[in-house]
Design a protein around this ligand. Structure first.
Ligand SMILES: Nc1ncnc2c1ncn2[C@@H]1O[C@H](COP(=O)(O)OP(=O)(O)OP(=O)(O)O)[C@@H](O)[C@H]1O
Ligand code: NI
Length: 291
């Protein structure tokens, strides 16, 4: 798709997600898990958000889908196709214009046969599309009559991906879609996301795997400590990472096997980049050293 024809499909500006918690003496404290996070997804592109485990990636997906737990406090502004993403609008779009591939298979309805879940509100009309998707993901015909508890983990994952494929959505939010799939099916799932984007739709791919992101995404947002430190084009992740602006993105890129596992160790205490904190535009080691 020509770059000039691209429009912003999802715009997230200054998102924050905080949780209130209470200690034994009922004293309230607030834990900010996402802070001032901004991303934009254009039509025709895959934007990957890459971050380490527990950094708040799934919360970002849940904030977009409007399925955060009741005790979450959300700030900032999100728009979908230029219209503010209110609770009501989120409900309207869910599973239709915006399809979600959740990280956990617990999102399947335990009381509904999986064939029906994949067809969603399209019902019988989508039976053909559902059968096609099942075939593609090597789910046999009997699978559609099963309930979620009868599925293996890998089967459940393939069902979740089929749901997004069948929904014929405009935007897919995929939260770690490939773990638990064998290599061929993982490649197939990523190919599907690529094809989907090439049709002029948008994809947000959430992953901890920068290598996977580089294989399929157009742009990559590096997520750290609840915010995006840098969004760079795939081409900027090359050479020695000199095209990357932030030290943390460079450290992540240089640590890849193909780049010789260069780990940014702190010259003062020897700890690796995973324990570095971001301090403005700099990295600060837990020992206080600034890089
Ligand atoms: N309901 C909640 N109440 C309080 N804190 C929460 C809640 N849900 C998530 N968190 C906090 O938010 C943090 C980020 O969680 P999240 O699941 O978004 O991480 P993630 O980046 O998706 O990790 P992973 O790669 O393991 O999937 C967690 O470490 C946890 O401390
Ligand atoms: Ni997650």
């Amino acid at each position: 798709m020509a770059e000039s024809k691209r429009t912003v499909i999802l715009d997230v500006q200054g998102l924050s997600v905080a949780f209130d918690s209470y200690d034994a003496s009922l004293k309230k404290s607030t834990n900010l898990t996402i802070a001032d996070l901004s991303i934009q997804i254009h039509t025709g592109e895959i934007l990957a958000v890459v971050g380490s485990s527990g950094s708040g990636k799934s919360l970002l997906a849940h904030a977009i889908m409007g399925i955060l737990p009741y005790n979450a406090r959300v700030g900032g502004k999100m728009t979908y196709k230029g219209k503010e993403l209110t609770r009501e609008y989120q409900e309207k779009l869910q599973g239709k214009e915006i399809a979600f591939i959740p990280q956990s298979v617990a999102y399947l309805d335990p009381l509904m046969r999986v064939g029906e879940q994949v067809r969603g509100t399209g019902g019988e009309r989508l039976r053909e599309a559902q059968r096609k998707a099942f075939k593609k993901y090597r789910l046999d015909e009997k699978a559609e009559k099963l309930y979620p508890f009868q599925l293996s983990g890998g089967m459940a994952r393939r069902i979740l991906i089929s749901t997004a494929v069948v929904a014929n959505a405009e935007l897919i939010i995929a939260d770690e879609p490939t773990p638990g799939l064998d290599l061929n099916l993982a490649i197939q799932a990523l190919k599907d996301l690529r094809e989907f984007a090439d049709l002029g739709k948008g994809v947000l791919l959430i992953t901890h795997d920068i290598d996977l992101a580089l294989n399929v995404a157009d742009r990559i947002s590096i997520f750290h400590s609840g915010t995006v430190v840098e969004t760079a084009r795939k081409e900027d992740f090359s050479g020695d990472g000199e095209g990357l602006k932030h030290l943390y993105s460079r450290a992540l890129f240089r640590a890849l096997p193909q780049n010789g596992f260069q780990i940014a160790r702190c010259p003062k205490c020897g700890l690796s980049c995973a324990v570095w904190e971001i301090d403005g535009d700099e990295l600060r080691c837990a020992c206080g050293y600034h890089a």
